[in-house]
Write a protein that binds this ligand. Structure first.
Ligand code: ARG
Length: 457
């Protein structure tokens, strides 16, 4: 079978290369989602009498077969197919004959690709939320383990105030938690079914869009059929923006680690299995992974920009330009997924050097503490500030541990509030697990296979 739209001519081969590009390769990622959505669509056609019981059953079997093949990495899509939608229809027609030719009734590849992408993005968002929650949890554990290890607090990179490894690590945990929450909120936006919107304007067939949405485990239908198509690229950009916040935080964490693992600082050291060497300088132990974390973060950000640039000037309705949003979506999401994993690995092997950290807490770090002590004894702040500032050389050495304990307000070194962090992170992670279970149940009801996932990593 050639292209779905092929009639009485063959597409110019240069134009074929140009229009298909690498889309048929990228589409491997959407095969399972597309097959699941196709089962839901076939059930919808059966519901309104457009497919017989036998036709539905043979299509369901064929589509479950597609899912199994793809899970084993052996469902082929060729350039001549153009995309996974054509490859799947061709496979079904070969396998079950006439019924295969009926599956496209009332749908267009436009709502078909939208539905496959929606299923994929919905699952990815919840999975990344869960994974980011796992990293936040790991950081809270790290913070707890090293809560009483002093660390210089810096502003403008200069020594500022006494701080702790616990405060430093938990700051990243809370930041990542908020970013994971952002994904959770986005997953609600993604949780609407575009199926039945067809080419962009619906069809004169009474498709039960609510029914097919429920079959796929969506909580609702994306109501307006034109918007259902116009949201292509927009939802991708939203997801990539959420990824970008996580990647941005990890880039900053990478930067801190690059700095604080320098021998000149020596606060932490990285496991050597996660560092690389130099081809000429035998002494080198380079943090390439952390450096690439910074650049990957920039690439994730640019993926979102690429998608927005593509869709910015498009007129309403489907336009082929949308196809080019798939690559930045898949690259940006994969990079973010890898980034979070890399940091989980980093934290497992990150060594803390309390002596070096304590040694770095020199007396100037306590200048403000000295002022505030005198204020508590009754002096006014500004005069004391000036006096201490003019006699910095006279600052006595402080006990850094005492300085940490003396900070008792919520969220400070003596009262990090880690139990609260743990509570909210685990609440969020449990929510993710429940949602993922509900997806898996819906998929099982569609294809009869356990543990089907649309995101294959
Ligand atoms: N590969 C195409 C895409 O991602 C599928 C939809 C094609 N639709 C069309 N009207 N040419 O957008």
């Amino acid at each position: 079978m050639g292209k779905l739209w092929q009639k009485d001519y063959t597409l110019d081969s240069l134009m074929e290369d140009f229009t298909v590009s690498n889309d048929y390769i990228l589409d491997q990622q959407l095969v399972i989602a597309d097959a699941l959505a196709s089962i839901a669509h076939a059930r919808g056609l059966h519901l309104i009498g457009l497919l017989s019981d036998e036709e539905l059953s043979s299509l369901e079997q064929g589509l479950s077969q597609v899912i199994k093949l793809r899970t084993d990495d052996s469902f082929p899509i060729t350039k001549e197919n153009e995309d996974c939608h054509t490859a799947i229809e061709a496979y079904l027609t070969d396998l079950v004959g006439e019924a295969g030719k009926k599956i496209h009734t009332g749908r267009s590849r436009n709502d078909q690709v939208q539905t496959a992408l929606r299923l994929w993005m919905r699952e990815y968002a919840v999975k990344l939320c869960n994974l980011t929650g796992q990293l936040a949890e790991r950081l809270v554990d790290f913070a707890e383990e090293h809560a009483s290890v002093p660390m210089p607090g810096r502003t403008h990179m200069q020594l500022a105030m006494p701080s702790s490894v616990g405060l430093w690590a938990a700051s990243f945990a809370e930041e990542l938690y908020d970013e994971a929450q952002h994904l959770m909120q986005l997953s609600w936006t993604l949780d609407q079914s575009p199926l039945g919107s067809a080419a962009s304007y619906g069809v004169p067939i009474p498709l039960d869009r609510q029914f097919t949405a429920e079959q796929m485990g969506f909580t609702r239908v994306q109501n307006n059929v034109l918007y259902a198509n116009n949201s292509r690229g927009k939802f991708e950009a939203m997801l990539l923006d959420s990824c970008d916040y996580i990647a941005l935080t990890l880039s900053k964490l990478a930067q801190d680690l690059i700095l604080f693992t320098l021998p000149e600082f020596g606060y932490f050291s990285l496991p050597k299995q996660l560092c690389t060497g130099s081809s000429i300088m035998p002494q080198k132990k380079n943090p390439d992974g952390l450096e690439l974390a910074r650049s990957r973060s920039a690439l994730v950000s640019s993926a979102s920009m690429r998608v927005k640039s593509i869709i910015r000037s498009l007129p309403s309705g489907y336009n082929r330009d949308f196809q080019d949003t798939k690559e930045p979506l898949l690259c940006g999401t994969k990079a973010t997924w890898q980034l979070v994993h890399i940091f989980l690995r980093m934290l497992d092997g990150l060594e803390v050097h309390p002596e070096a950290l304590e040694k770095a807490c020199t007396s100037e770090l306590y200048a403000t503490d000295v002022v505030l002590k005198q204020v508590l004894e009754g002096k006014n702040f500004r005069d004391t500030y000036k006096e201490v500032g003019l006699h910095l050389d006279a600052l006595a050495k402080f006990d850094p541990h005492k300085a940490l304990e003396e900070r008792t307000s919520l969220g400070t070194t003596g009262n990090l509030g880690l139990d609260e962090d743990k509570f909210f992170i685990s609440l969020m992670r449990n929510g993710c697990e429940d949602i993922l279970k509900s997806f898996s149940e819906a998929y099982h009801n569609l294809c009869g296979i356990e543990d089907v996932q649309t995101v294959l990593y």
